[in-house]
Design a protein. Structure first.
Length: 742
């Protein structure tokens, strides 16, 4: 039962009953025909809501003037000044005498300001422009040819980056469902410049059909003062059988939350966004978990949000819109990363990515089942980087079904990499059943081969009948016990293990039996090859994105260490470096600094170790802008000891044109043919001397760091993919492997 008290349940009863009633009579709801619409007539209205930012508005108007000069049909501009006196706009009104100015002393909210502007709109098309946007000169011109009778809105590409350099907004929108409900995100812009369909057009930079916008706007005031109303407009248009387009060639630049942040505290902004996200879900029944689940999420909101959602008019709106879902179903449901029961989720295609249809038996593309115990996209550590790059390279030649654990770590940044795969099963491991850090290998095997993952692999084997099964990591080696068909099975050992790695001889024997059941093993380094006994072992080295690019000599005195602390050797290695080498480096180069990327878990795993408080040291979590940080660094460090496998970070540093100082253990797999940029020393304490020398001698550092694409080619991911593909080709030529059921 949702709610923690009878008062809370009574307060939210109207909302709950509205959802249950709409769902209950959905089966008898009659479908309604799309409202008839004629072709768009020439003419363009631009509406700009404005509140107390005349300088920012001036920039928007200057860009708009240039953009309108490319429009050869009637135009109209309406600026809705609200929540502020009109006096500060005297000079702008004089500079733009053709603009229609609407004023209200009271703040109207986003939808309220748009409604006031629409009262003046004279044309079939209305472009909504936030006052914190500036347009490219051809932004409007690019949209106008796309006006069709069945089109409701056309969104512009939005250029905006957050503080880490990540592209936060693109204007190309999509959605998904996770354990918290429906999520909206801005997907990467498609490579092609042609317009494509997407979920919703942003109310800050998009062209709308004026008549439909008026219709949908009236019922979206429930989201006041802002956020999620424009998502509802487009969703209703889709359900009315209209199309919403994204036009990459129309570009607008955005200062994110530049207006709202001046009038609302960050906590209040976040509260409103979360309230409206759940309200949108309640109104449109997006999350398929039921009314009880959604009311439980509402009960987790702050009291102010619960009170606002408990009003009778909110319940009435929820009933109307939720019932309309049955009359006009959403044509493209959001993919799900979570299920209320905890079962594995089978992703579906969406606006920003498409899963391939597997080819029929006997066709040229073999089927590959790829199983990984961790989230691969976006890569948060070296093992995930390896899986991600192998999948990207192999999907050109294979129909790939992916079974992946750690569903909770997938998010909006993941979906672009699912494009081109044939199937994706995401599994959520029960974190409560996970052992403590540092548990032995046999325990980790039992934890990673948990029932949900085993069941998902079994279903994938049955449904996709793969020709090759690729299992990643020794911890998943027991999955081979599900082998019942002629498919070739390959185990990818990121770290190689032998009998001495088990505390119990029986566990070691079971592991050896599992290894023998595989047709082939892959290892990351020749050093690891020597640790494993099997008749077919292929070294598929780790790599980097090696390309002749924009090398720029290093100029700073910053060291960079990239090593998620979830991998214990990363944490232990950097702590030893801070104690054994960093004091000498700072004494010789007082301006030297060290940036540590310890992954999402760094705060919990660093503990209260005072080593991280050393002068000049900064510790961050996962970052999407590692290339930018590499470019801003003088060199990188790799203070790892007693490891297996090989370090992806090492190659990525060399490929980016930054020297790397590494221990001998950390250079596993690369020492035999080390490029000039790789400086290898016996131990962690020995790292201080070459680091000091390279920081003080820029000429020597530049000589070493400049990448040589020919020398680095064997260390690139394409080389690793070719090795992996060659192994699959050997297995596929085995008798009957490509013929008949696999």
């Amino acid at each position: 039962m949702w709610g923690t008290s009878w008062r809370q349940r009574l307060r939210l009863a109207p909302l709950y009953l509205a959802m249950r009633a709409a769902d209950g009579i959905a089966g008898i709801a009659r479908a309604r025909a799309r409202p008839p619409m004629a072709a768009w007539q020439p003419g363009l209205t631009v509406i700009i809501p404005e509140r107390a930012a005349p300088a920012m508005l001036a920039e928007a108007l200057a860009s708009l003037r240039l953009a309108l000069a490319h429009v050869h049909e009637p135009t109209q501009v309406v600026v809705v000044v609200n929540g502020t006196p009109l006096a500060p706009y005297i000079s702008l009104r004089a500079e733009y005498p053709d603009i229609e100015w609407v004023h209200d002393d009271a703040p109207l909210g986003f939808a309220g300001a748009i409604a006031r502007g629409l009262e003046r709109a004279r044309h079939d098309g209305t472009y909504l422009l936030n006052n914190d946007m500036t347009l490219a000169a051809d932004a409007l011109e690019a949209l106008l040819p796309l006006r069709r009778a069945d089109v409701f809105a056309i969104g512009s590409q939005i250029l905006q980056q957050d503080a880490t350099g990540r592209r936060e907004e693109t204007g190309f929108t999509d959605w998904y469902v996770d354990g918290g409900g429906v999520r909206l995100f801005h997907a990467p812009v498609p490579a092609a410049t042609e317009p494509v369909a997407h979920l919703c057009a942003s109310g800050g930079a998009a062209l709308f059909r004026t008549a439909l916008l008026r219709r949908y706007l009236r019922d979206s005031r429930c989201y006041d003062p802002f956020y999620w109303e424009d998502v509802e407009w487009s969703l209703r248009a889709w359900r009315d059988d209209f199309t919403v387009l994204f036009c990459p060639r129309s570009r607008a630049r955005h200062r994110h939350r530049a207006t709202t942040a001046r009038f609302y505290e960050r906590a209040e902004l976040d509260r409103i966004v979360e309230r409206n996200r759940l309200l949108f879900d309640a109104r449109h029944g997006i999350t398929p978990f039921g009314a009880d689940w959604l009311c439980a999420r509402v009960c987790e909101l702050p009291y102010a949000s619960q009170r606002e959602l408990s009003r009778l008019r909110q319940a009435a709106g929820v009933f109307r819109r939720r019932l309309a879902r049955a009359r006009h179903p959403q044509p493209l449901a959001p993919p799900r990363l979570a299920d209320a029961t905890g079962a594995a989720c089978h992703l579906t295609s969406s606006y920003s990515f498409a899963l391939r249809t597997p080819v029929a038996d006997g066709a040229a593309r073999p089927r590959l089942l790829f199983v990984t115990p961790f989230a691969a996209f976006p890569p948060r550590h070296g093992g995930a980087r390896r899986v991600a790059e192998l999948l990207r390279g192999l999907k050109a030649d294979f129909d790939i079904a992916l079974v992946t654990d750690e569903a909770s770590l997938y998010d909006a940044r993941s979906f672009a990499d699912f494009d081109g795969l044939c199937a994706v099963h995401v599994v959520r491991r029960d974190d409560a059943a996970r052992g403590a850090e540092g548990t032995d290998l046999a325990t980790r095997m039992r934890e990673h081969c948990h029932p949900a993952l085993v069941a998902a692999v079994g279903a994938a084997l049955r449904d996709y009948r793969p020709h090759v099964v690729q299992v990643e990591h020794a911890e998943l080696a027991p999955l081979v016990r599900q082998r019942t068909t002629a498919a070739g099975w390959v185990l990818g050992l990121h770290d190689a293990y032998g009998p001495a790695d088990f505390a119990d001889a029986a566990e070691a024997a079971r592991f050896a039996d599992d290894l023998r059941a595989y047709d082939a093993l892959t290892v990351c380094s020749d050093e690891d090859r020597a640790l494993v006994a099997h008749p077919r072992i292929t070294c598929v080295p780790n790599g980097g994105n090696v390309a002749a690019g924009d090398y720029r000599p290093s100029e700073s005195l910053r060291l960079l260490f990239v090593g998620p602390f979830r991998y214990r050797p990363n944490r232990d290695g950097i702590v030893r470096f801070l104690r054994a080498a960093w004091p000498a480096i700072r004494a010789a180069v007082p301006a030297a600094t060290l940036t540590i990327l310890g992954g999402d878990e760094h705060a919990a795993l660093r503990g209260d170790d005072d080593a991280f408080s050393a002068p000049g040291v900064q510790v961050f979590g996962h970052r999407d802008d590692v290339p930018r940080l590499l470019a801003a660094s003088a060199l990188t460090i790799n203070p790892l000891t007693a490891i297996r496998g090989s370090a992806v970070k090492l190659v990525e540093s060399l490929a980016a044109g930054r020297a790397c100082v590494s221990t001998e253990d950390g250079a596993r797999g690369f020492a035999a043919a080390a490029p000039a940029g790789l400086v290898i020393v016996p131990g962690i304490a020995d790292m201080a001397a070459p680091i000091i020398r390279l920081l003080l001698d820029a000429a020597e550092r530049h000589r070493r760091e400049q990448p040589d694409p020919m020398a680095l080619e064997p260390f690139g991911w394409p080389h690793a993919v070719r090795r992996q593909r060659a192994l699959y080709d050997e297995l596929l030529h085995a008798p009957s492997r490509m013929n008949g059921p696999a």
